[in-house]
Design a protein around this ligand. Structure first.
Ligand SMILES: *[C@@H]1O[C@H](CO)[C@@H](O)[C@H](O)[C@H]1NC(C)=O
Ligand SMILES: *[C@@H]1O[C@H](CO)[C@@H](O)[C@H](O)[C@H]1NC(C)=O
Ligand SMILES: *[C@@H]1O[C@H](CO)[C@@H](O)[C@H](O)[C@H]1NC(C)=O
Ligand SMILES: *[C@@H]1O[C@H](CO)[C@@H](O)[C@H](O)[C@H]1NC(C)=O
Ligand SMILES: *[C@@H]1O[C@H](CO)[C@@H](O)[C@H](O)[C@H]1NC(C)=O
Ligand SMILES: *[C@@H]1O[C@H](CO)[C@@H](O)[C@H](O)[C@H]1NC(C)=O
Ligand SMILES: [Ca+2]
Ligand SMILES: [Ca+2]
Ligand SMILES: [Zn+2]
Ligand SMILES: [Zn+2]
Length: 620
């Protein structure tokens, strides 16, 4: 039984040397990507785990015996050559198998306490009876399709120091001999220095937060480049299908964190942050070897590359047979961005593939974990409002539904409060969702709703438009035949123009128009400005905590049908206006006072920009 990590380090080096040579030849690299096809592999079927020896290998590989220094298998760990012209020969010797099981190395695994303990820990993680015995259920779980990344990883700091000590212990038994290596040192060196450069660049892009070194590192850039490598296309899906699934997977993460992902087809390879590729068995210069059909389906390197086992039957988003490439990609991107495995129902970071679960949803806790690394999305809005629409119910009654919308420049999001996020596929272009209004920078929206009026208006600059919800487009003209847009000064005499924002207050049936530090009330019944206005906003909507007030230049004021409250929004902050209910609870509150400020992102989660290139894809 050869302990896994060392065997594969050697395998990796061997392959990486071969690749270097092939690279230089006339043959294009991708022709050789499937050399494993013509090698005499015993079978392209993953070996079933039946024996204790196989189980032991499995447990070692996935970190149940000792945490695995997974990241150290990555190319990042290739040391710099010492001599310019010398290949790092000392690297290509294989060591004595270091004892992972202490003195038990000769013992049958079934008798080894370390084996039994690791088996129990695996059983615990998987929520199956903790027997310490390789029973049928345990075998079944081990043979499920799963991600190749260990469940228990050593922190890179820890393994880095352990690595140096084990490398020096490693002395020659199985010398790696290949005719290629003899002819390769110079190219090798070039390749190595490229790698080292890549590593240095990567390190510089990474920042470390307080806390332990592994979970606290993340990419420091807000735009990450990815590429499906040409030498790593899947044999089973069209290239466009592969790319579109990957685009969608990256997009899903960009809906969670303030990081944008761009497919980059032109930069040099070392500029690409996340390279993806499909391969079988030995693949893409990777230290790990895929196992054929079944079991391992993919793996990812922390802040690095993602490989898919092309022996698996990957399928696009429109098929429920096979393994969903989208699910796997979302999971592996999670790793590449820094997340470890999670044994939690509903998490996209579960190590096993869950076939019966059809929708891919990055849930609340996954989001929180990723946001701990990359922060949350925040930013100002042009306008925010609840849109109410009327629908006929099954019984023929009219029912009203509403959703909260957030507008930013030329894009808008619909917020789904019950799931704490925006609708999938948002943001959408304003002029696609709302036909006939200006395509960007809408100042305000109001919904005037009284016993005899039900009208929606959008405002921009000195103009306004009335919207026709039944035909889902602007009215071209008002009942008197005057065409929209109309001047604010004509429709709402006495109101300021342009405005920062406005809202309709159903309590007094006034529209409140905001501009600068002033507010003007306009009576919809009298169709005129309320006398005494404009007034200072701080006087009409006073602070309840001294100094805690937006004063002026408010981005949006909106009435929420969910909480029956008015909100003032400015930049990334909001203030809730005290309601009558609040005043019953606390009679000392001033009428229309503003409660303490809060972050918009604390109440409306994950309203994230996505990169231009992936706007308008997704699941709308
Ligand atoms: C790395 O490990 C050493 C001890 O092995 C410790 O002193 C150091 O603080 C660790 N660094 C980080 C970033 O955790
Ligand atoms: C090395 O590995 C051992 C066990 O695998 C662990 O106890 C130790 O903390 C690691 N780190 C160092 C610096 O030795
Ligand atoms: C291998 O290492 C052992 C001790 O770790 C040493 O006794 C032995 O001489 C070494 N063999 C070679 C070939 O370096
Ligand atoms: C290495 O080259 C020798 C001749 O130079 C050849 O006989 C041998 O088969 C080659 N070995 C491999 C592994 O290619
Ligand atoms: C949104 O939903 C949360 C529960 O997740 C609830 O506490 C909150 O009051 C809701 N807020 C709004 C504005 O709908
Ligand atoms: C929504 O957010 C609240 C915290 O504000 C959390 O307790 C709840 O579980 C979340 N619900 C969903 C469906 O994500
Ligand atoms: Ca496999
Ligand atoms: Ca505004
Ligand atoms: Zn994984
Ligand atoms: Zn790989």
């Amino acid at each position: 039984m050869e302990p896994f990590p060392y065997r594969n380090t050697v395998a990796f080096l061997a392959l990486f040397l071969c690749l270097t040579v092939r690279h230089a030849g006339a043959e294009k690299l991708f022709h050789s990507r499937d050399h494993s096809d013509i090698q005499d592999l015993p079978s392209r079927q993953a070996q079933l785990i039946q024996s204790p020896e196989a189980a032991q290998e499995f447990l070692t590989k996935y970190g149940y015996v000792d945490p695995v220094g997974w990241e150290d298998f990555d190319s990042e760990n290739v040391p710099m050559p010492i001599d310019e012209n010398q290949a790092p020969k000392e690297l290509i010797f294989e060591g004595e198998p270091p004892s992972r099981f202490g003195e038990d190395i000769e013992q049958k695994p079934t008798e080894s306490p370390a084996y039994i303990e690791s088996l129990k820990s695996f059983q615990r993680d998987n929520g199956i009876p903790v027997t310490g015995v390789l029973d049928e259920q345990t075998k079944e779980v081990m043979n499920r399709p799963r991600c190749g990344v260990p469940d228990h990883k050593a922190s890179s700091n820890e393994t880095a120091s352990n690595e140096t000590s084990t490398v020096s212990q490693t002395n020659s038994t199985g010398e790696f001999t290949s005719n290629d290596t003899e002819t390769a040192p110079i190219r090798e060196k070039r390749f190595l220095s490229r790698l080292v450069e890549h590593v240095r660049r990567k390190r510089a892009d990474v920042y470390t937060l307080a806390g332990d070194s592994r979970t606290s590192q993340a990419f420091s850039k807000s735009t990450l480049k990815w590429r499906l490598m040409e030498e790593g296309y899947s044999m089973h899906l069209s290239i466009e299908q592969q790319k579109s699934v990957l685009r969608l997977a990256f997009r899903m993460w960009s809906e969670v964190i303030p990081v944008q992902f761009v497919e980059d087809l032109t930069s040099s390879s070392s500029e690409i942050d996340i390279k993806l590729g499909f391969g079988t068995a030995r693949h893409l210069g990777c230290s790990q070897v895929f196992d054929g059909v079944g079991q391992e389906f993919a793996h990812a390197w922390y802040l690095g590359d993602i490989h898919f086992d092309d022996d698996e039957h990957f399928v696009g988003t429109n098929s429920d047979q096979g393994i969903s490439l989208l699910k796997v990609a979302v999971h592996e991107i999670g790793h590449a961005l820094g997340l470890p495995h999670k044994y939690r129902t509903g998490s996209v970071m579960q190590p096993n593939y869950i076939p019966q679960d059809n929708n891919v949803e990055i849930d609340w806790l996954d989001r929180k974990e990723m946001q701990a690394l990359y922060g949350i999305c925040q930013g100002p809005f042009n306008s925010v409002f609840d849109w109410v629409r009327r629908e006929k119910s099954a019984t023929g009654d009219w029912i009203y539904r509403f959703n909260t919308y957030f507008f930013r420049s030329s894009w808008y999001w619909m917020y789904e409060n019950r799931s704490n996020r925006t609708r999938y596929g948002d943001p959408f272009p304003v002029n696609i969702g709302w036909r006939g209004i200006p395509s960007s920078d809408i100042d305000a929206f109001i919904h005037v709703w009284t016993w005899n009026i039900n009208a929606q208006y959008f405002f921009k600059g000195t103009l306004y438009w009335r919207y026709d919800p039944d035909n889902d487009m602007i009215f071209t003209e008002d009942p008197e035949g005057v065409r929209y847009p109309k001047l604010i000064s004509e429709g709402f005499p006495g109101a300021p123009s342009p405005i920062d924002t406005a809202f309709f207050d159903k309590r007094d049936r006034n529209i409140y128009f905001f501009r600068g530090s002033q507010v003007t009330a306009f009576s919809v019944d009298l169709k005129q400005k309320v006398s005494g206005y404009p007034k200072q906003i701080v006087d009409v909507f006073p602070a309840t905590t001294p100094g805690d007030h937006p004063i002026g230049n408010i981005d949006a004021v909106y009435y929420s049908y969910t909480t029956n409250s008015i909100y003032f929004i400015k930049d990334t902050l909001y203030w809730k206006v005290i309601t009558d209910k609040d005043r019953i609870r606390n009679p000392s509150y001033p009428y229309n006072g503003l409660l303490q400020q809060n972050k918009v992102s604390n109440s409306w989660f994950d309203i994230c920009d996505v990169h231009n290139s992936v706007l308008l894809i997704g699941s709308k």
